[in-house]
Design a protein around this ligand. Structure first.
Ligand code: URA
Length: 440
């Protein structure tokens, strides 16, 4: 078999055999196929797509490129959760402790933020001293002892995806449904959990801009999971508007603490999505019979304080301090703080997630390049969101950063992210639909 023949085949829009895909991925991972050949194949895939069978073969080849987690030593049901990424999306930090507090085991491997979207690892590491890099044996030991681990993907898990994703990032080949589905699902399958809850984000601040695209991605990921004997459910949720009032790292952890401490000021969209995702996790794990019961069980973990206690245990087990979590709500944040004032009055119609994600990144909360350092305290706290009335001169958001000049320079973009109107808008639900769960 020759790589050049495989490339020519996809350039002509022909269908690969499983063996061809296996050959390409295995040889690329071992360094025998150079980046320029893999780039050519990826671009041909972006143009011509992959059939379902090819996507299954690609996922299987990616899983086979490295080690997989054997969860047979975990003494109970295991669930994994994945979000396709968004602005202000801190759901993992809340859902994982809720599930673990409710008797479900969660070996959760997460990613870092890139571009305008945030990542769970950066948020967790903003609590100085919290470790996120573990060997497989350490992940298993922590999950066995406290029910959950929040960590980075190990180096040996799906190395093909690590290499291919870095290449896709610099060759404009990220935006391909089969490539995204294979990339996400190969990591979930290698992660070993029999049940997987997917949160597919839809809207301006997400990869999938439209509902039909998001539906197609969710359906494909579910089929891939099922082909590997996994139970998969998907939630399609809004990402036109940031999730919650906080965008950044420490500020988002504070919001999670408020949620887990049952603080009534937590944004209702954020809480609704967290309860749905956790409820879906309980359902897939067999802890409850219906999604409604799952949501009730999730709420109970919050009201009893068990979920917050579990988050503290996870942080302590990973080298952080629970004192810090207990006092974080009162702790001072960044060195510079800048209030954004409304320059007109009206009802907020839109708060543009992508714009605010980019502002937060430029304040220091995210990275423009993969190796940039994060400022844990940088971020945006929104005072108002969609549907609320704001009067001219009132504070709509506060920016936190290391240097006041940066905040001043970005202030106008924050105000431009808000669209006002004379009447309250029709409020849409944060949850568009679910697949593989009871009707909403
Ligand atoms: N997240 C992933 O892990 N892979 C993709 O291709 C896109 C988003």
């Amino acid at each position: 078999m020759r790589v050049i023949d495989i490339l020519r085949k996809k350039r002509l829009g022909e269908v690969h055999t499983d063996e061809e895909i296996q050959f390409l991925v295995a040889n690329y991972t071992q360094g025998a196929v150079p980046d320029y050949q893999m780039s050519a194949w990826l671009m041909a895939v972006v143009w011509h797509g992959l059939t379902e069978a090819e996507t299954f073969a690609l996922t299987a080849a990616m899983v086979a490129s490295g080690e997989t987690l054997d969860l047979s030593s975990i003494p109970g049901p295991c669930v994994d959760k994945h979000s396709t990424g968004g602005v202000g999306d801190k759901t993992t930090l809340a859902v994982v402790p809720i599930l673990a507090a409710g008797g479900v085991f969660v070996p959760k491997m997460s990613g870092r933020g890139l571009g305008h979207t945030g990542g769970t690892l950066d948020k967790l590491e903003s609590l100085g001293g919290t470790r996120t890099s573990f060997e497989v044996s350490e992940i298993l030991a922590q999950v066995q002892s406290i029910g959950a681990c929040l960590c980075a993907q190990t180096e040996h898990l799906v190395p093909a995806d690590r290499l291919m994703y870095a290449l896709r990032d610099v060759t404009a080949t990220v935006e391909s449904l089969p490539l995204i589905a294979a990339s996400i699902m190969s990591k979930k399958i290698a992660g070993g959990c029999p049940s997987i809850v997917l949160d597919v984000k839809v809207g301006g601040g997400a990869f999938m801009k439209t509902l039909p695209e998001a539906r197609a991605l969710a359906a494909l990921m579910i089929k891939i999971g099922e082909a590997h004997g996994r139970r998969v459910a998907a939630v399609l949720s809004d990402m036109d508007v940031p999730l919650g009032y906080n965008i950044g790292n420490l500020v988002e952890v504070r919001e999670v603490i408020m949620l887990l401490q049952n603080n009534p000021w937590v944004e209702s969209r954020l809480k609704a999505l967290v309860l749905l995702l956790a409820g879906a996790g309980f359902l897939l794990a067999g802890r409850v019979r219906t999604l409604g019961e799952g949501k009730v069980l999730a709420e109970e973990q919050i009201t009893s304080g068990a979920a917050f206690e579990k988050l503290c245990q996870i942080v302590v087990s990973q080298g952080g301090s629970s004192d810090y979590l207990h006092h974080l709500l009162k702790a001072p944040c960044a060195r510079a703080k800048w209030d954004i004032k409304a320059t007109s009055s009206g009802y907020i119609q839109v708060v543009d997630a992508e714009t605010l994600g980019l502002v937060a990144m430029n304040l220091g909360a995210g990275r423009v390049h993969k190796d940039d350092r994060i400022d844990p305290a940088a971020g945006i706290v929104l005072r108002e969101t969609v549907g609320q009335y704001i009067a001219e001169g009132s504070t709509i958001a506060t920016l936190y950063t290391a240097c006041e000049m940066t905040a001043r320079q970005l202030a106008s973009q924050v105000w431009e992210a808000f669209t006002l109107g004379p009447k309250p808008p029709d409020l849409k639900s944060v949850i568009y639909e679910t697949i593989g769960l009871d009707p909403l």
